[in-house]
Write a protein that binds this ligand. Structure first.
Ligand SMILES: Nc1ncnc2c1ncn2[C@@H]1O[C@H](COP(=O)(O)OP(=O)(O)O)[C@@H](O)[C@H]1O
Ligand SMILES: [Mg+2]
Length: 223
């Protein structure tokens, strides 16, 4: 089993969106997936309540001290991928999530106010000894003609903080917002749309990093 912590110090940076899209993509690839929703706002949980499908499993737990036990349970239940969605203003919970993660994903909007939180993010992943497993991914990147400059500035800031830049990113697209409010993912809402295509790229990259591929025998390749 692999565990992915999705963290970030700002609310609204696409953490829940990224976690749920990874969860549904992994399920579509044949994996058994669970999501811990540790945000008191419960966005992932509420998304699931709007959802018709009965998966992925969403576990509500805001106490980071419970994460190791939940991780053990998930492993015992045959979960292949555990995602931990965290709140923007919960550094202790984010730290607890990072401590048990194989990969830490930090979605971030390429704006000054958001980028300047990366110093604290870095301290958190350092304390958790996960600096090398942490990737910052640009999210909600505008698609207009000024976007290129925002991407360049965002990438430069991530490098300046000494953090790893994810080779994939997510644009601002209505399909993400529509899908989330319908209890779906963009891949389900508009399978051939641009958002779905981006999600496929993100999943492929994460899946490659974690060697998440399902064998016909049902065994997870853990190379
Ligand atoms: N790439 C995107 N394009 C458009 N809307 C997005 C995108 N990512 C997230 N959103 C919307 O922005 C809001 C915040 O996203 P969310 O994933 O809940 O952030 P967080 O979990 O970091 O607080 C939600 O309403 C979501 O639907
Ligand atoms: Mg959230």
């Amino acid at each position: 089993m692999k565990t992915v912590a999705v963290i970030g110090l700002k609310g609204g940076s696409s953490k829940s969106t990224a976690a749920l899209h990874l969860a549904v993509s992994a399920e579509a690839a044949g994996l058994s997936v669970a999501v811990i929703d540790s945000d008191p706002q419960g966005s992932a949980h509420k998304w699931f309540e709007r959802r018709e499908a009965e998966t992925p499993s969403i576990i509500r737990e805001i106490d980071g001290d419970a994460f190791p036990r939940l991780q053990g349970l998930a492993r015992k239940n045959g979960t292949d991928l555990l995602l931990i969605d965290t709140a923007g203003k919960a550094e202790t919970t984010a730290l607890a999530a990072c401590e048990i993660a194989d990969l830490v994903l930090v979605p971030i909007r390429p704006t000054q106010f958001d980028l300047e939180t990366l110093g604290t993010v870095k301290r958190t992943v350092r304390v958790a000894e996960r600096l090398n497993q942490t990737w910052v991914m640009l999210a909600q990147v505008p698609t207009g003609s000024n976007a290129r400059r925002m991407v360049e500035e965002g990438e430069a800031a991530i490098h300046a903080y000494g953090l790893q830049l994810a080779p994939v990113r997510i644009a601002t697209r209505a399909a993400f917002a529509y899908a989330m409010s319908a209890g779906l993912t963009a891949t389900e809402f508009e399978p051939s749309g641009k958002a779905a295509n981006e999600v496929a790229g993100v999943y492929q990259w994460v899946s490659g990093l974690l060697h998440l591929s399902k064998q016909p025998t049902g065994e997870l390749v853990d190379a």
